[in-house]
Design a protein around this ligand. Structure first.
Ligand code: ASP
Length: 351
């Protein structure tokens, strides 16, 4: 059993401590290998002047939970970045994806330690962009290591159990509070509770008891595959609110954005003023995807006067049951392949 740390950034292929190793050689390990990729977040944070920030290395996190050695013969650690997840961007997530690709032939499973705030975006991004033959399990914590009853160690154990489970052999997930959620469906549902992650309408893929794992759904990716990993487009999210004007949408058009997500009300409605602006956006060549600010359920084009039927008639694309922030990730990646509205609509009508 051992823990090998790599301090390089994701662009480096080094995942072990063997300085003499040829970079092109695939190292061989005996037994079950888990690769940990560390991104920062509360699980790695300590308090400080100006607020808490991630400071503990991935290696330190793993070493603080010796029980992890019960689930892996070899634990490899790479620090991809060290940020609160509210500061991550698509390049950081692409670095993470490249680091994951680099170890596909070395590890039996990958555990990503990551902040909870945007964990679902990173997980969904990798679920859309990668198609690895090993599972990627994201985890983190709601309470820092210095807080009473920190949840990081228990979440790490759940993530290792998932990463090495015989029946969870591919796909991207979030393991948290003894549950496993599919990347496509999971969302952060509470600012501070330990049971924050949920999959509205779908439920978790699996639940972990002390000595058992109960699978509720087939563990696999529930997303289409889009091969771009490092998107270079600009897509923002315009919110809907009572009486709001259309400045956000006008700005997106003026800036020459590549696409727009309109976060609507209820079944996917918005006001007449915003739906008129959506029409202008579409007329100027911007694909617009509509989502709902309502926490659960899918869209339905029922209402006129700016409602879902009006938006549909204008040519907007339905985001289905994806929340706005996930529809944005999907649109960013899909736009790398096409800006045909028909193809984008097909892409959004499949998982
Ligand atoms: N609250 C966050 C966390 O749980 C901070 C972040 O997203 O990094 O990690």
């Amino acid at each position: 059993m051992g823990i090998a740390g790599g301090t390089g950034l994701a662009s480096s292929t080094a995942v072990g401590t063997d300085d003499d190793a040829n970079a092109d050689e695939v190292p061989e390990y005996d037994g079950t290998v888990v690769q940990v990729l560390s991104m920062g977040g509360t699980i790695a944070s300590t308090p400080g002047e100006g607020g808490a920030s991630p400071s503990q290395s991935g290696e330190a996190l793993i070493e603080s939970v010796p029980e992890l050695n019960n689930y892996a013969d070899e634990i490899l650690v790479e620090q991809v970045t060290q940020l609160g997840s509210f500061n991550l961007d698509q390049d950081d997530v692409a670095d993470l994806g490249e680091a994951a690709r680099n170890v596909e032939n070395i590890a039996d499973g990958i555990v990503v330690t990551h902040g909870t705030d945007t964990m679902e975006e990173s997980a969904y991004h990798l679920d859309l962009a990668l198609d690895l033959d090993i599972p990627i399990i994201f985890t983190g914590a709601q309470r820092r290591p210095d807080e009473v009853s920190t949840d990081g160690p228990a979440n790490l154990i759940t993530s290792f159990r998932a990463a090495t489970h015989d029946e969870i052999r591919n796909g991207v997930y979030i393991a948290f509070n003894e549950e496993l959620h599919a990347a496509r469906d999971v969302t952060k549902g509470h600012t501070s509770k330990l049971e924050t992650f949920e999959s509205p309408n779908k439920g978790p893929v699996a639940a972990f008891t002390r000595d058992n794992v109960r699978l509720y759904r087939e563990p696999k990716s529930y997303s289409v595959s889009l091969s771009a990993l490092r998107p270079d487009k600009t897509v923002s999210i315009a919110a809907s609110g009572q009486g709001m004007d259309d400045r956000q949408i006008k700005f997106a058009i003026e800036q020459g954005d590549d696409g727009l997500v309109l976060d609507g009300f209820g079944l996917g409605n918005t006001s007449e003023i915003l739906s008129d602006a959506v029409q202008d956006a579409i007329d100027s060549g911007l694909p617009v995807v509509v989502t709902s600010r309502t926490h659960a359920g899918t869209l339905n084009a029922i209402y006129g006067n700016g409602g879902g039927q009006t938006l549909k008639d204008h040519g907007a694309i339905s985001g289905g049951d994806l929340p706005a922030h996930k529809a944005r990730i999907k649109l960013l990646l899909a736009l790398e392949a096409t800006n045909s509205v028909t193809e984008l609509r097909d892409c959004f009508s499949s998982w």
